[in-house]
Write a protein that binds this ligand. Sequence first.
Ligand SMILES: Cc1ncc(COP(=O)(O)O)c(C=O)c1O
Length: 325
Amino acid sequence: MIEPPRIPLANLPTPLEPLRRISKICGINIWIKRDDLTDTAASGNKIRKLEFSIAQAIEENATLLITCGGVQSNHCRATAVLASRLGLKLHLVLRGKEPDRIDGNLLINKLTGAEIDYVSAEEFQDIDSIFERLSADYAGQGEKTFTIPVGATDEIGLWGYIECARELREDFNRHNISPGALVSAVGSGGTLGGLIIGNAMFNLDTEVIAFNVCDDVDYFVNKITEDFARWKQRYQQSLDIADLPIQIIDGYVGPGYGRATDMVFATIRKMATMEGIILDPVYTAKAFNAMLEEIAAGRFAGMSDIVFIHTGGIFGLFPQAEQIF
Ligand SMILES: Cc1ncc(COP(=O)(O)O)c(C=O)c1O
């Protein structure tokens, strides 16, 4: 087995806390893993993956990172903050037009001084060619580039949530619970993929379930299966990945990626009011709202405890402020 390089960047371990009032209403103990507390400016789930992706970049003597995402990508914002923290240069390729108002994640990107290109959704489909062109251009300027894929989701980034599962094993022991399910949003697949492997590695003995906020089940099953195979080969792991269940519940994307229903905004208000927890309309509130609907429909019947992974995303709330009330 090969150990991946890692640099400590996140504030870990994050707390696992009970949601007392919401749990009472739902008739099941809902716990929340506070990965919104992994940092301030670089908070959320991406920093866990970037501990491995950026460590790999540093091991390869990179001077400049290249990555991509939507205009309000949490991943790009976390990478921008960490690149500046580590003295690395960064080039971001963002899908969409530069908005008139610089807000949320984009505001943080701009503050860090990252180089930003905006490309159309069509151009973004061929992101690999864009990455190749940028790498060649920068090589000509004497920079050594390292490319991180969307969401830092690849065989390297998987380690972030594999290691989170190790942390959860200790959380469960400390609180003396055996949750029936671990629940999260899935946007690029790395969080879910890591948790699935970690569940098997550290004997969490739970179901790992995610709600997709874009694309569909087939897309994510293919993506995660490919990343598992690359991870197994690259790190020479003996874990049998073929039989690991990839459980995604579709049907909650709503009007589309980044766009939420009134119910999702109502869930944001409810969680802030009742629990002091801030969710975002793109990922966490969509998944949390979906989980509440599935609890009501009986999907978690018979379980006494479940854990929701709060993957962050607070900066994505501000650009949608007008729709919250
Ligand atoms: C706040 C937040 N939650 C959840 C996710 C989904 O995680 P993943 O991309 O690992 O599927 C993302 C990114 O896509 C995110 O930014």
